[in-house]
Design a protein around this ligand. Structure first.
Ligand code: SAM
Length: 190
């Protein structure tokens, strides 16, 4: 059985093709931004968000070290995505990924919050292509994590099953609040 992070990457690899438009909603140290960049290639577009300058610096260095082109590294909340999305990319997003919680090795008080996460997901859902995918890796062991987890689950559970598949994937016998995946896939219209 795949662990949570490898499984999130598998889902991204199955969904993203060269030239696609994708979003890293929580850039952090840039591991996901790097994967997204490699998957979309030279002709694709990556929008990556974080509210900490350090994340942009780390990610820029990581992309450079892996010979990736410069990407749109945006110092702003993912909730403000519509202020940054080019009009030609409206309704054209193939995939987005969130890693919720705080950046390991950094300020643990800077965490993702229910309101901004749900606002970002709502905008992304609107601008997702048919067949597109949003992945949230939910870390919930820190203060505030349980609130974000519960609000998110309740919000995603209300998505119309005719339009979206919503998956929860994780291990239920691991200690210490194991992370899990919530994945939203936009279904073709019938
Ligand atoms: N995927 C990252 C990586 O590869 O290193 C790890 C992400 S870390 C778990 C969560 C990140 O979300 C932190 O860097 C934090 O600054 C960022 N964050 C918190 N609130 C945010 C918001 N409203 N918009 C964008 N990023 C946010």
């Amino acid at each position: 059985m795949k662990r949570v992070i490898p499984y999130s990457h598998q889902l991204l690899k199955e969904t993203i093709h060269p030239g696609d438009i994708v979003v890293d909603a929580t850039m952090g140290n840039g591991h996901d931004t790097l994967l997204l960049s490699q998957l979309v290639g030279e002709t694709g577009t990556v929008y990556a968000f974080d509210i900490q300058k350090q994340a942009l610096k780390e990610t820029e260095q990581r992309l450079f070290a892996h010979n990736q082109p410069q990407r749109q590294l945006i110092l702003d909340s993912h909730a403000n995505i519509l202020n940054h999305l080019s009009p030609e990319h409206h309704h054209q997003i193939t995939a987005a990924i969130f890693n919720l919680g705080y950046l390991p090795g950094s300020d643990k008080s800077i965490i993702t919050t229910p309101d901004s996460t749900i606002e970002a997901v709502t905008h992304l859902i609107t601008h997702l292509k048919i067949g597109g995918l949003i992945i949230l890796v939910v870390y919930h062991g820190h203060p505030g994590g349980d609130e974000e987890r519960d609000q998110l689950i309740s919000s995603l559970a209300s998505l119309d099953q005719k339009e979206f598949d919503v998956l929860r994937y994780g291990f239920i016998n691991q200690k210490n609040h194991p992370p899990f995946i919530l994945a939203i896939k936009k279904k073709p219209r019938k």
